[in-house]
Write a protein of this length. Structure first.
Length: 216
């Protein structure tokens, strides 16, 4: 009940945008800061720039109060702020009222990215390796929450479910001896892993081509 009441109080902020001559054009900035949405902040900044630019032009022109261009800038910034504020309010309320919903949406995005990365690893392994899929140990890599058992560090391998430091080290040793694993099943057979452990890794690992050791 208290959560609903707080959201209702927060969601009154769009009415700020209705303040005459665009003096409330900063309303989307408020929403963006509270919800940590940069796109909303930038939208509010743009509206404010238009309004401020119009006010300055109107006050410094040859005939203050009668500059059509200045008036148009103010109107565009004002109307834009009003439209933006009321259009983003539903998304703002959803995000601010339910941290669980926000976490659910983020988790859904991570799952979708992981499935896309798994598909890419199957269809274009060279590109997947270049992107850094499965390489959480590599700076700037798009690992997608996966671990490449053919190239990732022992520390990265240890983060997989059911893989301790001893088994991670063994995986690294075996892949060096045989030139890498062709599939998850190949990994399981080469290390004689339990079937349940292998299944637990199915949505977590990729087997990309081995990287050539750098010279020197």
């Amino acid at each position: 009940m208290s959560v609903t009441r707080n959201v209702e109080q927060r969601s009154r902020w769009p009415w700020i945008s209705l303040i005459p001559i665009g003096l409330g054009a900063w309303a989307p900035i408020y929403a963006g800061v509270r919800a940590r949405r940069w796109s909303w902040i930038l939208l509010g900044v743009l509206c404010c720039v238009l309004v401020i630019g119009g006010l300055i032009k109107n006050s410094t022109g040859g005939h203050p109060g009668h500059d059509d261009t200045a008036g148009m800038l103010i109107i565009i910034g004002w109307v834009g702020a009003v439209a933006a504020s009321f259009s983003i309010r539903p998304a703002y309320e959803r995000q601010m009222s339910s941290p669980l919903l926000e976490a659910s949406e983020e988790a859904r995005e991570r799952l979708l990215d992981r499935r896309r990365a798994l598909a890419l690893a199957r269809e274009n392994p060279s590109l997947a390796r270049e992107m850094g899929i499965g390489r959480p140990d590599k700076h700037g890599a798009a690992d997608a929450g996966l671990v490449d058992v053919n190239n990732a560090s022992v520390a990265a391998l240890e983060k997989l479910p059911g893989i301790d430091d001893r088994l991670a080290t063994r995986i690294a040793e075996v892949r060096a001896q045989i030139g890498g694993f062709s599939s998850l099943e190949d990994l399981g057979a080469a290390l004689d892993l339990d079937g349940d452990l292998v299944e637990g890794l199915r949505e977590k690992v990729v087997c990309l081509p081995r990287e050539k050791p750098s010279a020197g």
